[in-house]
Design a protein around this ligand. Structure first.
Ligand SMILES: NC(=O)c1ccc[n+]([C@@H]2O[C@H](COP(=O)([O-])OP(=O)(O)OC[C@H]3O[C@@H](n4cnc5c(N)ncnc54)[C@H](O)[C@@H]3O)[C@@H](O)[C@H]2O)c1
Length: 325
């Protein structure tokens, strides 16, 4: 039976073209014994229909849950997840059925680092507020909207992993000081990038701009709650590019409404897509982006290339790039 690869159709543009360009697919098309097809559109959750049909899946948004696999009828051997996070995939069911999972940690480092910096610059420069002043004919009110300079400010980072380090590398010269909270990274490791390791209490109290870049796990879920937010400086900003549930959204809304912090930049939310009724949307001191601030041509081309390399490694019986399980 020919090796069949399904690609999730949410990676197609409205014109039906791959959103990551054609180049990453060329290596697959060179292999005559791999059949590539786009999966049906609008799949929210993978079902037995897909997992009994494909040997490999290049997966973006659709979820893979316990019921996605029927062990008696399973054909799936490898799932290559677009991006770093894999909370949309049930690891237990993959392990039980000996299905390999890969992700693309290298491709997203620079794009997410740049997106984090974009949030900081947009918040500190009051970019959206000033854009709005001009469009609303309120040019002369501009003296009321001073931005925040960064030269004397402390940048705080929660999570010193691949993205956290890349972010520090491209941002540190803009700030007076960089501090980081990550219990799994040593003082020495942080010192290499002139970063001071601090505890959870200090990162809240000392940061002027606090960027969350840790992974979502048992310990980090709901980690940023009212206790933490109440310790933050009144003129500080919280930026979350990691995963929504790291922040207790309702606690953050209270903090923002009561001006306990100056503002927030959020690329990730508790529920995605965000509910229309979510109070965050009506708050003026937030910048909200639909989990896509890092999406660029470069980013998607690199992600697709990395994910396809993992599938080709499997196909060619090589050691598999970025294997997670
Ligand atoms: N917004 C986006 O589009 C986007 C894109 C890619 C990745 N991400 C998210 O960015 C995050 C970071 O990705 P990465 O590739 O750097 O991951 P990574 O695994 O390289 O780094 C995660 C870091 O978090 C640290 N960490 C774990 N538990 C912690 C805790 N309790 N407190 C503080 N730090 C803790 C780890 O020690 C590690 O250094 C992930 O949540 C990922 O899902 C978001």
């Amino acid at each position: 039976m020919q090796f069949t690869l399904g690609i999730s159709s949410d990676l197609l543009t409205n014109e039906g073209k791959p959103c990551f360009g054609k180049k990453p697919l060329e290596k697959l098309y060179e292999k005559k014994d791999i059949h590539v097809e786009w999966m049906e559109p609008n799949i929210q959750i993978l079902s037995e229909k897909e997992t009994s049909k494909y040997d490999a899946i290049l997966l973006n948004s659709p979820k893979l849950i316990k019921d996605s696999i029927n062990p008696k009828n399973n054909r799936l051997k490898i799932v290559a997840r677009f991006g770093v996070g894999y909370d949309s995939v049930d690891l237990d069911v993959l392990k039980k059925n000996k299905i390999i999972l890969t992700n693309t940690p290298n491709a997203v480092k620079r794009p997410v680092a740049v997106a984090s910096l974009t949030m900081i610059l947009a918040l500190s420069g009051k970019l959206l507020i000033k854009d709005n002043l001009l469009r609303k004919g309120r040019w002369n009110e501009r003296t009321n909207y001073m931005g925040t300079g960064l030269l004397n400010k402390t940048l705080g980072v929660i999570g010193f992993g691949g993205i956290g380090r890349e972010f520090v590398m491209i941002s540190k010269d803009l700030f007076k000081k960089v501090i980081c909270y990550d219990p799994f990274v040593s003082i020495e490791e942080m010192k290499k990038l002139q970063v001071d390791k601090v505890d959870f209490d200090k990162i809240a109290k000392m940061s002027d701009f606090l960027v969350i870049l840790c992974d979502l796990n048992e310990k980090t879920r709901d980690m940023i709650d009212s206790t933490f937010l109440n310790k933050m400086k009144r003129n500080s900003y919280l930026i979350n590019l990691s995963r929504g549930p790291v922040v207790k959204e309702n606690d953050l809304i209270v903090s923002l409404k009561q001006n306990k912090i100056a503002g927030a930049g959020l690329d990730v939310m508790t529920n995605e897509p965000i509910e229309e009724s979510n109070e965050l949307i009506s708050l003026k001191n937030t910048i909200l982006t639909p989990h896509s601030l890092c999406w660029t041509d470069e980013c998607f081309k690199s992600i697709a290339t990395e994910a396809i390399s993992s599938i080709l490694d499997y196909f060619n019986n090589k050691s598999i790039l970025n294997r997670v399980v």
